[in-house]
Design a protein around this ligand. Structure first.
Ligand code: AMP
Length: 312
């Protein structure tokens, strides 16, 4: 039987520098962050390619977390490599180098057992690869797509084509403005959903996330954090937590999507507290539960009695 979630995206070795330190050849890539986050709620299968230089220990960490890595392909050559840095304002990454390496020629082969996965996440990767995956899955309940400025600049027509075929698109605020040309995010989300998707999620970093689903809006804050060491992967972790939770709920109502977005927010709040996937590989259920409760406390406010509205 297929795993409940199929995740396709980059598997990377990352060099990252922030005002709090730096790491080299660290575990990174959109599919890695997303599958580690999803694995707290369900069993995700990951499809992607790694080069000969990819440490076996990293595959071991994915397996140990409960990610099915049988869809990972090894090829001669170097693993996808990204390097970037953040300044004091850690709201956006500055990319230094993106070496696609083995991803440049990659043709995703979806294992026969994974083709019927009900939930599919096309994480950030070449939109042509996202389309190939979409062509090989059979009638999923929901397909969600993520992307980034690199692909918006290089492959916009292919990206718009694949967006028109998915149910849900997840982007950060800067990418949304860049892709749509609208500075107003509400208008941008409507424009995106007019292309075909039923839903749009706009991530706003420390300012939370907006969810637009079949004409309804949900707005969630981020959990206030005193220590942010490395924001890399926050968006992918949000998306992975979201789709993992949604697959576990197996429900496409607005309330299930809102709860999944809350759990994505919770998972993202952990990943930024350490470099790479450091915090994501050893969380306890209790820690996740406490942050879920904290996010609820942050967003609940009282209903008012009729008398309040009647007088001053
Ligand atoms: P995020 O911070 O959530 O936007 O994602 C950061 C991750 O995206 C890093 O681990 C990178 O390896 C990966 N990444 C960076 N550039 C690209 C790209 N052009 N395509 C796919 N993944 C990328």
């Amino acid at each position: 039987m297929a795993n409940p979630v199929l995740i396709v995206g980059s598997i990377a070795l990352d060099d990252v520098r922030t005002p709090h330190g730096e790491v080299r050849n660290a575990m990174g890539g959109s599919a890695v962050y997303a599958s580690l986050a999803a694995a707290y709620f369900t069993r995700p299968g990951v499809v992607g390619v790694v080069g000969r230089d990819y440490p076996k220990e990293y595959i071991g960490r994915l397996e140990q977390a409960g990610v099915d890595t049988s869809g990972l392909e090894g090829q001669d050559g170097q693993t996808f490599h990204w390097s970037g840095y953040y300044t004091d304002d850690m709201s956006s990454a500055h990319s230094l180098e993106t070496h696609l390496n083995v991803f440049a020629e990659f043709m995703p082969k979806i294992p026969a057992t994974a083709r019927s996965a009900p939930y599919v996440f096309l994480a950030n990767i070449d939109p042509d690869l996202q389309r190939l995956v979409l062509d090989s899955v059979s009638k999923p309940k929901l397909v969600m797509l993520d992307t980034m400025n690199y692909w918006i600049e290089k492959k916009k027509p292919a990206l718009l084509d694949v967006i028109s075929r998915v149910n849900l698109i997840v982007l950060n605020d800067a990418e949304t403005r860049q892709l749509t040309g609208f500075s107003n995010l509400i208008r941008a989300a409507r424009w995106l959903s007019d292309l075909g998707p039923q839903g749009v999620i706009i991530k706003k970093g420390e300012h939370g996330a907006l969810l637009f689903w079949e004409g309804e809006w949900v707005s969630l804050p981020a959990i206030p954090l005193e220590s942010v060491k490395d924001p890399t992967g926050a968006g992918d972790t949000f998306a992975g937590g979201f789709i993992g939770a949604l697959a576990k709920l197996d429900d496409l109502s607005l309330s299930a999507l809102r709860l999944s977005a809350a759990l994505g927010t919770v998972m993202a709040s952990f990943v930024v507290e350490d470099f790479s996937v450091g915090k994501l590989t050893n969380l306890s259920r209790e820690e996740i539960r406490q942050r879920h409760d904290r996010l609820r406390q942050l967003t609940i406010f009282e209903a008012l009695p009729e008398a309040w509205w009647a007088g001053r």
